[in-house]
Design a protein around this ligand. Structure first.
Ligand SMILES: Nc1ncnc2c1ncn2[C@@H]1O[C@H](COP(=O)(O)OP(=O)(O)O)[C@@H](O)[C@H]1O
Ligand SMILES: N[C@@H](CCC(=O)OP(=O)(O)O)C(=O)O
Length: 374
């Protein structure tokens, strides 16, 4: 077994992204669980002392703002959610600063939006800043910039943010810490449900029932964790998912939680963005011949193979590309506005050039802008 397909990867990893969920950091009364936070920091600091580099992605800002603001529970309206996240983020970073200082370590806060992690023009900034912090021996502490991000620019869940961060820093491993000791073969509340210790590829657990409903303070439940696993393992980064109190064992490569082996090799940030991070704006339907050509992996999508489009998109927007059976075969960046496409569909590039002139004979989605569904 290669290192990336076994837990030896965790022991060998130099640079690790660790993500902890709200439920593991906050108490039911809406205040931070300082004991849990300190226990995590003890484990992470020990890894740094042993020569490792840790990037911490932490949730809990909103949950930790509930108590200090005297709110009755998790807010539902956007403005109060933002206010709670703003107050809670201050609490979080203060506690991490104190806890790491006990080990002689400094932390640097980075609040990201989806754009910062994936847009070419933006991720270089985040990357540079993270690299410098790590070179200085600082522990970067990352969360989403909840107080200001609008719905369109939001990840919404830190599980996927952690996977994209792992890509950004070229992490050797990703550890997702939550309130349950791994992926179960069914809803954990169901009698007889058992932990799955090792997943060689996500298709092996495609039948496992997972819910998006997690703890009362968490976002996305197991669904977003598996999305995160898909991004990371497809990008060549192995993942362990386990309970926060088992962080030490997970980092030590022990049999705790669920280990997800890598399934792909590192992608470019651009392809990662097309494949996973972009919210698609519409759909492009293909005939069978075009599906075969796209699946072959080398072809661009030409107007001749497109049967219809759905949605309102502009040139450059991410779209889903679907076959005649409605199954999504790829995602890509479309080269035309939705309004311009109907006149071109089903026509050869030669005919389009003859009738409409240069510029109309281009690909609907260029192969460099197209990523097949895995
Ligand atoms: N098949 C499954 N295996 C394990 N946990 C599951 C499964 N399906 C749903 N879950 C739920 O996902 C929850 C974790 O998600 P969440 O509350 O969002 O955590 P966090 O705050 O750590 O991100 C668990 O408490 C569990 O109830
Ligand atoms: N950025 C949000 C966390 C969002 C989130 O994904 O929460 P969780 O499911 O607990 O990891 C916050 O700090 O409140």
């Amino acid at each position: 077994m290669s290192a990336a397909s076994s837990r030896a990867a965790l022991r060998a990893a130099r640079r690790i992204v660790v993500k902890i969920g709200s439920s593991s950091l906050t108490r039911p009364d809406g205040h931070l669980d300082e004991g849990a936070l300190r226990s995590l920091v003890d484990v992470l600091a020990a890894r740094v002392a042993a020569g490792g580099q840790i990037v911490l992605v932490t949730s809990g800002a909103m949950a930790a703002g509930v108590g200090p603001l005297g709110l009755p529970g998790r807010p539902r309206d956007v403005a109060t959610m933002q206010a709670a996240a703003s107050v809670g983020q201050g609490q979080l970073i203060a506690r991490y600063t104190e806890a790491f200082a006990h080990h002689g370590l400094r932390v640097g806060q980075i609040l990201l939006t989806a754009e910062d992690a994936v847009r070419r023009s933006r991720y270089a900034n985040a990357q540079r800043s993270l690299e410098k912090l790590l070179a200085l021996g600082v522990v970067p502490v990352i969360n989403e910039n909840d107080a200001v991000t609008t719905a369109e620019l939001k990840f919404g869940d830190n599980d996927r943010l952690a996977a994209l961060t792992a890509h950004l820093v070229r992490a050797d491993a990703l550890v997702l810490l939550t309130d349950i000791d791994g992926l179960y073969d069914g809803p954990p509340s169901r009698p007889g449900a058992r932990r799955i210790p090792h997943v060689a590829q996500l298709s092996d657990v495609a039948d496992v029932e997972v819910t998006a409903r997690g703890s009362s303070v968490g976002t996305g439940g197991m669904v977003t964790k598996l999305q995160s696993v898909r991004i990371a393992t497809g990008d060549g980064i192995p993942v362990v998912l386990t309970r926060a109190s088992d962080a030490d064992a997970a980092l030590g490569g022990e049999d705790t939680g669920t280990f997800f082996a890598t399934t792909g090799r590192r992608m470019t940030a651009r392809r990662l963005w097309i494949a996973h991070a972009a919210g698609t704006q519409g759909r492009i339907h293909l005939d069978d011949g075009a599906v075969r050509a796209i699946r072959g992996g080398r072809a661009s999508l030409l107007p001749a193979g497109v049967t219809k489009t759905e949605g309102t998109f502009d040139a450059g927007d991410p779209v889903e590309i679907v076959g005649p059976d409605g199954v999504v075969v790829a995602r890509g960046l479309v080269a035309f506005d939705a309004a311009d496409l109907p006149a071109l569909l089903g026509r050869t590039t030669h005919a389009l050039r003859e009738e409409l002139g240069e510029g109309y004979d281009r690909e609907v989605v260029h192969r460099d802008d197209l990523v097949l569904e895995s």
